[in-house]
Ligand binder design. Structure first.
Ligand code: ZN
Length: 244
């Protein structure tokens, strides 16, 4: 089985189209999404439509939850809050209902999907170090849980030869045959924050026992123009060029 896993898309249509073209050339059986399908970007309707049409296995992110009034945005930064308010107005009712119906966790045969932690997905806590990942690794009953939320790709794992120790790697190829359990952050399709202004996604081949983090250049300018034209804060366009 070959899975493609999409990190936070954040309504970035150009980035999503670039990623989907790559996925098509890779030959993938199923597409998964770690949530934050919308928020920040200016193409929520188009992006939700594509994700729905492709029957992507999706979980709910904190921005998705905020758009359907399930999360208090007091703690969002002003730009994020402005984007949530804009997105709520931009989406029609069926798409808002689709967002509302998304589960917090998806359990598949060979992997699990969550936005933040697997231990408390409803809190949308960030996994930023090995200690943050430990409760989720304890919960995990399949080889890997794919997550997003920080927009920074990293794999945190316990190896078969020393399952008591949690370590991490930022390598773009992860050999799952030596790993007992892993939390893999797949980065972000639509708003990378590792100072590399490329889109990206993860590929998981269960037979090859490999996960690859793919990074791809895309037309940032086109998406930045869409954000400015929508009247969203200009900072949300500027940051795409910097990957922050
Ligand atoms: Zn996000």
């Amino acid at each position: 089985m070959r899975y493609a896993i999409l990190g936070d898309i954040h309504a970035n249509l150009t980035a999503l189209e670039t990623v989907l073209a790559s996925i098509q050339s890779e030959g993938v059986d199923r597409i998964l999404s770690v949530g934050d399908v919308v928020g920040y970007g200016a193409a929520p309707t188009e992006v939700v439509q594509i994700v729905r049409e492709l029957d992507v296995v999706v979980v709910k992110g904190n921005h998705d939850a905020a758009c359907v009034d399930e999360l208090d945005t007091t703690y969002f930064n002003p730009y994020a809050r402005a984007a949530v308010d804009w997105t709520r107005e931009a989406l029609d009712d069926p798409d808002l209902e689709w967002l509302r119906a998304l589960p917090l966790v998806q359990h598949l045969e060979e992997c699990t999907v969550s936005h933040g932690t697997l231990s408390h997905p409803e809190r949308f806590d960030y996994i930023q170090c090995t200690e943050d990942a430990d409760p989720s690794l304890d919960e995990l009953d399949v080889p890997v849980c794919f997550v997003g939320h920080t927009h920074v790709p990293v794999a945190i794992m316990r190896n078969i030869d020393d399952p008591t120790r949690t370590s991490y790697t930022t390598e773009s190829e992860i050999d799952m045959s030596t790993i007992a359990r892993a939390i893999v952050n797949v980065g972000s399709v639509g708003q990378p924050r590792d100072e590399i202004p490329f889109t990206g996604y993860a590929l998981y081949d269960t037979e090859a026992e490999r996960v690859w983090i793919k990074r791809l250049e895309y037309l940032v300018e086109r998406e930045a123009r869409r954000i400015r034209a929508a009247g969203l804060p200009g900072m949300l366009a500027d940051r795409l060029f910097l990957g922050v």
